[in-house]
Structure formats: C-alpha cells, structure tokens
Design a protein around this ligand. Structure first.
Ligand SMILES: NC(=O)c1ccc[n+]([C@@H]2O[C@H](COP(=O)([O-])OP(=O)(O)OC[C@H]3O[C@@H](n4cnc5c(N)ncnc54)[C@H](O)[C@@H]3O)[C@@H](O)[C@H]2O)c1
Ligand SMILES: O=C(O)C(=O)C[C@@H](O)[C@H](O)[C@H](O)COP(=O)(O)O
Ligand SMILES: [Zn+2]
Length: 379
C-alpha cells in the first residue's frame, strides 16, 4: 500500500505541508504503525531504516512497527533512549550519532522517529547532520507530537544555556499520526498535548477554541473521532503557517505563543519531572494573556476564560502550582533573554487582542515583563 492509496481509505485523513520540493503528507488514522511497512516500502530509497525510540514507547509500540517493516521486506536497526526531556541533550545527540555511525547507517537509509516530541526533535536533528543529511520519517506517539512537533521541521536539542538552542530546520519526508498509539498514553501526557491544541485556537481560530470548550473533555478522555478532529485541525493550522514561513522570519512566530514564558519555566526546572513542555506552554499562554490584558490589549474576561478552560480539564494554570522549584522572577527573565526570537536585544512576544487574534511584538519593556512575572509568582 502506498501513502496515496492508504489515504483513500475513509479511516485515514491526509494533510499536506506545501513546501515545494520539501512538501510532505501527514496521514492521520488508526493502526498506522501496523501499516507503516506497506506505506514506507514505496517511498524509501533503501529497504533498510534506523528506528529511534525511547524505552516507554519501545515496550508498547516497537514490536508493532518492527513486524510491519519485516512483513514489507524492510530491514531495520533500533536505537533506544531513556524517556523524558533529558534525552534531548548534547550527550544524547552525541551518543546517537556515534551509534548510527558505528552501525554504518548510509546516506540513503532513512531514520524513523517513533515516539513523542523528544524523540522526534532528537532524531530529526541527527538526520539533518548525519552524513550531511539523511531522510527522516516521523511516527509521533503522543498527542503533543501528533498535533505539533512532528510537523514543520523544527528539530533540535537543549543546551545548558536554554531550550532548543541547538538545532536545524529540517523537514520529515512523511508523518504517520497513529491515533491508536494514544490509547497507551498516560493522562498527564494527554493533557500536555492538549495545551498545544488549545494554542491553535488562541493564536488564530476562535472556532477551534469554542469547539474545544465543548469537546475538549472528549479529546482528553479518548473519543477517537474527537481526537482525529483535533489532530486534523491542529496540523492543518500548523501546515498553513509553516507553508507561508518555513524558517520563522515572520508569521511562524505565532506558533510560539506562550513559549518564551514556558521555555523559561522549563529551563528553571532543569527539564525535570516537575513540569513537561505542554504544561509549561499552558501556563506560558496564560501569562501571555495576562500581560496582554494588563497592557490593555485583551479583555480581562477572555483572559479568565482561557484560564478557566485549562483549569477545568486539570492543567496547571499558575507557576506556584508547580511544586519543588524555588521560583524567582529575575531568573525567569534571564532565561527569557536567551530566547531565539530576540533581536536587537529586545524580547519578542506573542500577545493577544482576543481569543483567536494574536500579534508579534518587540516593543514590550522588560520592566512590564518582570512585573507580570512577579505577579504570577505570588502564592
Ligand atoms: N519541533 C517542534 O515543533 C516541537 C513542537 C512542540 C514541542 N516540541 C518538543 O517536544 C517535546 C515534548 O514532546 P512530548 O510531550 O511528546 O514528550 P515526550 O517525547 O517526552 O513524551 C512524553 C512521555 O510519553 C511517553 N510516551 C510517548 N508515547 C507514548 C505512548 N503512545 N504510550 C505511552 N507512553 C508514551 C514517553 O516515553 C514520555 O515519557 C519537548 O522537548 C518540546 O520542546 C517540539
Ligand atoms: O513549530 C513552531 O514554530 C513552534 O514554535 C512550535 C512549538 O510548539 C514548539 O515547542 C517549538 O519547538 C518551539 O520552538 P522554538 O523555536 O521556540 O524552540
Ligand atoms: Zn511547543
């Protein structure tokens, strides 16, 4: 079965990321891991691939992928990493590159990222640099990676100086978003991915936000149709933006709503278990909304509505909700100064005029950001 023939199955929907020669399809549906071999067989250059995954995903979904590759006559080697953000490090990248080179992975062999955003970002960056670039395929297994990280070609790792500071824009050849894989995802990780779904509503589509207010619980509780709809709407929104601005020269920065705050929170926790990316982004988006309201751009009622929606589903909504960290506003501001969007020494923020109406600004004074941080850190 080719990617175009499987897409004609009513159970699979297909979204294209239109980037000229680097265009690719995102297939969304059930049991795509079991069908991966048949889908990949006709598109890979060499019937040998390297799978990169983490220990949790390996225990649950690796056999399924390996069996499907074997049935399709595709050979594979497998590289497994510990789960969690700590695997998006310089040490893991170095380890992966050494193991890929020791295994003599050739330039015509594709890397397959089987896992969440951590594995996708790490594998994509390795693919962008291995022998000056090999193909890679995303098989995202978390809600977050299906709605966001597997699409758009931001790949990379964290540095001691901050989040995602080492990386490359490097597009995958195909994304297989297997909704069935989400059945094994722990509730906390489902919620983390949900935060990035809400992001699409907040940044540019009021109707998505309204739909989520009504149907968010179904997405979280595992309703397959609601999940497919949420993934589809998310990747359509992301694909539209990425097609206009692949390398974040302008409008793509909207996808960073809440991230300058969120990444600072993640950096301050040392990328540990206290806070995951989606939780950090949920709090970060609320901070962006609060700042927008305090500067007079956003109605306070909208701000409350966003906070209430996250809270009703069980996401953290305030920095002090994250226990075990000695929060400090000056330290958070120092992390924000490492953000990649900074230019001319000015912090760039995505602020809100309304739910579904955001804008990019470099004009916010650090004093205003600091006072917002101090306010948000109060118990
Ligand atoms: N490149 C991008 O555009 C982009 C976008 C958003 C986020 N990100 C990055 O993605 C990362 C977060 O991704 P994530 O939330 O997927 O985290 P993750 O990759 O750490 O996965 C979360 C947890 O779920 C487990 N897991 C994965 N799939 C599972 C499954 N099907 N069943 C059971 N357990 C499963 C993992 O082992 C891990 O413990 C962050 O590093 C973030 O910066 C990148
Ligand atoms: O694809 C994008 O563009 C995004 O900003 C998506 C974000 O959700 C994602 O977390 C991304 O990795 C953040 O990018 P960064 O450039 O701030 O590291
Ligand atoms: Zn994100």
């Amino acid at each position: 079965m080719t990617s175009s023939s499987i897409a004609h199955s009513p159970a699979v929907s297909q979204v294209q990321v239109a980037l000229g020669l680097r265009s690719y399809e995102i297939l969304i549906g059930a049991d795509l891991i079991a069908g991966a071999g048949a889908i990949l067989k006709d598109m890979i250059k060499n019937p040998r691939v390297a799978i990169v995954t983490d220990e949790n995903v390996a225990a649950l979904h690796l056999n399924g992928l390996q069996n499907s590759l074997t049935e399709a006559g595709i050979q594979f080697s497998t590289f497994v990493f510990p789960p969690g953000e700590s695997s998006k490090s310089i040490a893991s990248y170095s380890d992966l590159m050494n193991r890929l080179l020791d295994s003599r992975i050739q330039r015509d062999e594709a890397l397959i990222a089987l896992g969440g955003g951590v594995i996708g970002d790490l594998t994509g960056f390795a693919a962008s640099t291995l022998r000056r670039g090999v193909d890679f395929i995303q098989i995202p297994t978390t809600l977050l990676s299906q709605v966001d990280s597997s699409v758009g070609g931001k790949t990379g790792i964290n540095a001691p100086q901050g989040k995602n500071l080492i990386g490359a824009f490097y597009q995958p050849r195909l994304v297989l978003a297997d909704i069935s894989a989400l059945d094994t995802l722990p509730p906390r990780e489902v919620l983390a991915g949900y935060a990035e779904v809400v992001k699409y509503g907040l940044l540019g589509d009021y109707e998505i936000f309204e739909w989520l207010e009504l149907n968010g619980k179904k997405v979280i509780e595992g309703d397959a149709a609601a999940r497919i709809y949420a993934v589809e709407q998310s990747v359509k929104a992301k694909a539209r933006i990425v097609a206009k601005d692949e390398r974040e020269g302008g409008v793509r920065a909207l996808l960073n709503l809440g991230h300058t705050f969120g990444h600072a929170l993640e950096a301050e926790t040392g990328y540990g278990p206290h806070l995951n990316h989606g939780e950090a982004v949920a709090i970060g988006m609320i901070m962006a909304a609060e700042l927008s309201a305090s500067l007079g751009y956003l109605d306070r009622q909208d701000c409350g509505r966003i906070r209430a929606h996250f809270k009703s589903l069980g996401l953290p909504v305030r920095v002090p909700d994250i226990a075990g960290v000695n929060w400090n506003a000056e330290k958070l501001l120092a992390h924000m100064r490492q953000d990649k969007k900074i230019s001319g020494g000015k912090i760039t923020l995505i602020l809100m005029k309304a739910i579904g109406d955001t804008f990019i600004t470099k004009t916010i004074e650090e004093a205003d950001i600091l006072s917002l941080l101090q306010q948000e850190l109060k118990e």
